[in-house]
Design a protein around this ligand. Structure first.
Ligand SMILES: [Zn+2]
Length: 776
């Protein structure tokens, strides 16, 4: 008895002692400024330091490093909930796992009852992701404000959130970019260039396209997020916090505008519609202005929305930007319309009016943190409903397919089928093989053919990537095409050159067996050393090209405007050794940007001027003496204009009503007798996105005769060029050229009227690109 009393006394003292010691640090105590203060950015080290201190001080916060970024920084996450919930994380993971795949709950007749019990015990899992786009600095700064309030507050509404939700907070999906932007911002602070975007990609390879990687999973940051967060936790709500331009609404919230990709479950569309409309209404009630819903952002591409195919809603928010951390002043008349609303007029999609004025980083963090806490409040209050909705999505996904419904897809083995299979598996899709080979009609498919069944939790993810897209022909009141927010096609079998067959139920198959992973095929190295043009104005296509070359361990040089204007096309790896770059690749960029770069005054002088006429002359010299210049997509227009080639871009300058291809998969025919198309099939694909289409001309002012042009690929004259996505005016391009080679002196230029290495997905046309790099 005495011992027990003593123990209790000691426990009491220890607890009292601990409480007295536990001072939750504010961000200002660690950073020396409050997130949102004008002209103040935190470094990634400071962010990590802040969360580590929170972890030490608070029993509501677990902080961990999940992996290492492209440039070697820690990729981190904080798990925030009540101490009681944090002690039971494994149990909650199991509940999530079972609700996401109701087959794990036993025979169908008993599942609903078991699920009801799990739903009673479970918590709403909310993933908050910040900072994927590093110039949108408000969100990684807000992550510290959000974490601090959750860790320190005694308010009942915060207690409700901690009791009913588990919050997975990722302060930045791109930690490398935090420092790239801060370094540039600090360097230019107080100069005429304060508040400009850095003159380099804020993700080493992908720049802004890091948020287009949520089905191809090429980058390590995407892989960490999918493998260690999404696939472990299956969050019901993913709050992805972004910023948009300065001149539109102050804040966008879902619902998304049309179109919604048809494989996104209806229950999730209802979920984001209900939550977004509620958040917008609450914010308006609190006096926030300039809020839009159901505008600008569609829900078409799985490239931005992993959760939509994995049981959770993606709650995008887009707050208006300042100039990085520098305040701006806007006049009401300067506000500009975007798709679906006019910020100068109240409408069902927009209101109440924001009258203009100063716009500070603190306005941004205030909109962001308010929206985040409303979202968490809804997640906590409606815990039961969020979990029931989550279970209903899983239940619909695994139900047996009825006769004549799509049963699944058969994937034939081929050079790139393993790349496709690896993607599906990372997305949680199970593939099965048959002991007896699959039969399709009377046709026996190869032994290693695999089946992707639709009746599995992530069957809809597989379906979205394996089927052809028919993008709706959306028009505004004036009959103009409504631009998709991103691109319109994501059919991986076409992009990768893999044969798949949809099969209807009932389909006979042998018992399931998961296939083992095999390594990716790497193409052969080109024998000469190519160089990649590095524009002063960041190009995502250049970043993707570097990623492809790096990942295949292909050596290459890099040449910028300064080198090319100076005629430098060689490098000296060691004394006495000189290697000439005979091949230079110009990634996709507008012709004007290649020629002029940043305009004078917009950036420090060493970054302005582009290639200029001097660069053009030096490049011409290189070609005439035996070099090869490769121009990708829009960069081809630069070559036509500057080298006066006997070619015309027949779709250049056409209005969208006449011709429009905003990121689609087209069909091309190849001249396989040309070395560039060696070993390729006679028909393949082309990723077309604002792409030129070529016609050979007999222009007397051209610098070489038409006979110097050889057409290597063209759009078929007798078939619809569209394979997947959206194409207007397809008849115009029938029979026209998509890939040409022009001989100039002893060298040549190669013009791709498409992106042969599109976002590291179009494996089907990689050979054209690599052959261009290596052929002489
Ligand atoms: Zn963004």
């Amino acid at each position: 008895m005495r011992n027990l009393t003593l123990t209790l006394l000691l426990l009491f003292l220890a607890t009292g002692f601990a409480t007295a010691q536990t001072k939750i640090p504010t961000p200002a105590e660690v950073l020396t400024f409050t997130p949102g203060d004008d002209r103040k950015l935190a470094s990634w080290d400071q962010v990590v330091d802040y969360f580590q201190r929170l972890d030490t001080a608070s029993d509501r916060v677990n902080f961990e490093t999940l992996g290492t970024t492209t440039m070697g920084k820690p990729f981190v996450m904080a798990t925030i909930s009540s101490p009681a919930n944090l002690a039971r994380l494994d149990e909650f993971k199991t509940i999530q796992d079972q609700l996401s795949d109701p087959r794990k709950l036993g025979p169908p007749a008993t599942r609903d009852r078991k699920a009801a019990e799990l739903i009673r015990r479970g918590k709403t899992i909310v993933l908050i992701t910040c900072g994927i786009h590093s110039t949108e600095v408000g969100s990684y700064l807000s992550s510290m404000l959000i974490a601090h309030r959750l860790a320190s507050s005694t308010e009942p509404e915060i207690q409700k959130i901690l009791d009913n939700t588990i919050i997975l907070l990722v302060p930045s999906l791109n930690p490398d970019g935090v420092d790239i932007v801060k370094n540039w911002y600090d360097k230019t602070l107080g100069t005429p260039f304060e508040g400009t975007d850095p003159p380099e990609l804020y993700h080493k390879y992908t720049g802004h396209d890091n948020n287009r990687d949520w089905y191809a999973f090429t980058q390590v940051e995407t892989q960490i997020t999918v493998d260690k967060i999404h696939n472990v936790w299956h969050p019901q709500i993913v709050h992805d916090i972004h910023q948009q331009g300065s001149f539109g609404s102050r804040l966008f919230l879902p619902p998304y505008m049309q179109p919604v990709e048809p494989n996104v479950p209806r229950a999730l569309v209802q979920g984001y519609t209900e939550l977004g409309n509620w958040m917008a209404a609450e914010m308006r009630a609190k006096g926030f202005q300039g809020i839009t819903t159901n505008s600008t952002y569609d829900a078409w591409s799985p490239a931005r929305a992993y959760s939509h195919y994995h049981g959770g809603v993606r709650m995008l928010s887009e707050t208006a930007s300042a100039k990085i951390a520098t305040p701006i002043t806007l006049k009401f008349e300067e506000l500009r319309s975007r798709e679906g609303y006019d910020p100068q007029k109240e409408s069902p999609q927009f209101g109440p009016l924001w009258r203009g004025g100063e716009w500070h980083l603190s306005d941004i963090t205030k909109y962001m943190t308010t929206a985040a806490f409303l979202l968490l409040d809804h997640a906590a209050t409606n815990r039961d409903q969020w979990l029931r909705r989550f279970y209903s999505v899983g239940k619909e996904a695994v139900r047996p397919r009825r006769p004549s419904e799509l049963f699944g897809f058969l994937i034939e083995p081929s050079e790139h089928s393993q790349s496709l299979i690896s993607i599906l598996k990372r997305g949680g899709v199970v593939l099965t093989s048959s002991e007896a080979a699959f039969k399709l009609g009377s046709r026996q498919l190869p032994d290693e053919t695999l089946l992707v069944r639709m009746d599995q939790p992530y069957g809809a993810f597989a379906k979205a990537l394996l089927e052809v897209q028919r993008y709706p022909n959306l028009r505004d009141e004036a009959g103009h095409p409504i631009a998709p927010y991103d691109v319109t096609a994501h059919t991986l079998p076409l992009l990768m050159g893999v044969t798949v067959h949809p099969v209807k139920a009932p389909f006979r198959y042998s018992p399931a067996e998961t296939v083992a992973e095999r390594g990716m095929d790497l193409s052969t190295q080109p024998p000469n050393l190519p160089a990649l043009y590095h524009s002063s104005v960041p190009s995502q296509d250049e970043g993707w090209t570097r990623w492809i070359l790096d990942s295949k361990k292909i050596s290459y040089g890099v040449l910028g405007d300064k080198e090319l204007r100076g005629g430098v096309t060689f490098y000296k790896p060691s004394p006495g050794v000189t290697i000439r770059y005979l091949t230079i690749v110009f990634p996709d960029q507008p012709a004007r940007t290649l020629l002029d770069g940043y305009r004078a005054g917009a950036m420090p002088p060493e970054l302005t001027g582009g290639l200029g006429t001097l660069g053009v002359a030096k490049l011409r010299e290189l070609v005439e003496t035996g070099g090869t210049l490769i121009f990708l997509n829009r960069a081809s227009n630069f070559a036509i204009e500057q080298f006066k080639l006997p070619l015309r871009n027949i779709v250049g300058g056409l209005p969208r009503t006449d011709f429009y291809v905003p990121g689609s998969i087209l069909r091309i025919k190849l001249d396989t007798s040309h070395p560039l198309a060696k070993g390729m099939p006679e028909e393949t694909i082309a990723w077309a996105e604002d792409s030129p289409v070529f016609e050979v001309t007999n222009d007397p002012n051209a610098s070489v005769p038409a006979a110097n042009v050889r057409v290597i690929a063209s759009y078929p004259a007798d078939k619809d060029p569209l394979l997947s996505g959206w194409l207007l005016g397809g008849d115009l391009i029938k029979g026209k050229a998509a890939l040409v080679e022009v001989t100039i002196g002893r060298g040549r230029v190669i013009l791709f009227g498409f992106r042969p290495q599109y976002r590291a997905q179009s494996l089907a046309t990689y050979p054209l690109f690599f052959n261009a790099l290596s052929s002489k």
